[in-house]
Write a protein that binds this ligand. Structure first.
Ligand SMILES: [Zn+2]
Length: 209
């Protein structure tokens, strides 16, 4: 395992600059959404500063959703698995962004993330990627779809600064999204999206009308 592909090191800090609003290709997952009010908390005052990347350790969206309906944990989106019909089409919205999902333990922190603050669920959004965590590769579409969620959030939450792994925040208990998650490629996608946005604005501006 190379140093750059160590899930405990996965962290990307976004430059503080405004990004344009973007649509997200998401579909509300009815069962998750129905469970969300009882499986999430009211957000404490503050802004969204962080996105945490998880992998489900199961090979289905249904399995991930059952964790929510059983009120054991929750998250804002699921990126479908490679064999699922939603794969290549859309991501599942599972909980309102206005609510704090239960995806990181309250006591967890990292000195390089949100100034070492705890209770990170209140400052973050959580993404679950369906992956068995037993050697299954992530698909290129899963990486792209996850980067699209980041781009969407960048346009919506100006205080967003960090993208990191669950492993980095809870190294004693978690390794997700695991060493097979192509972090470098993922960061490249985010960076490309950022470049595309900064290039598209002057192009629009100079378009003759
Ligand atoms: Zn996790």
């Amino acid at each position: 395992m190379s140093a750059t592909n160590d899930p405990f090191q996965f962290q990307f800090d976004l430059p503080p600059q405004p990004y344009p609003a973007r649509e997200l290709n998401e579909v509300i997952h009815k069962s998750a959404w129905r469970a969300a009010p009882r499986a999430t908390s009211k957000r404490e005052p503050g802004e969204i500063e962080l996105i945490v990347i998880h992998a489900t350790a199961g090979s289905s969206t249904g399995g991930a959703v059952s964790v929510m309906t059983e009120k054991r944990a929750s998250f804002h989106w699921i990126v479908p698995g490679r064999k699922e019909t939603a794969h290549g089409r859309f991501v599942w919205a599972c909980a309102p962004e206005s609510r704090a999902a239960w995806h990181v333990r309250n006591r967890c922190f990292h000195p390089e993330i949100c100034g070492g603050a705890k209770r990170l669920n209140h400052r973050s959004l959580g993404i679950e990627i369906v992956n068995d965590q037993r050697g299954e590769p992530f698909s290129p579409w899963q990486i792209e779809a996850t980067a699209e969620i980041i781009a969407y959030a960048m346009g919506k939450y100006p205080a967003l600064r960090h993208v990191t792994s669950h492993a980095r925040l809870d190294p004693a208990r978690r390794t997700d999204p695991g060493p097979l998650f192509p972090w470098t490629e993922f960061v490249d996608r985010i960076t490309e999206n950022m470049k595309r946005e900064t290039l598209s604005e002057p192009r629009e501006f100079h378009r003759p009308r």
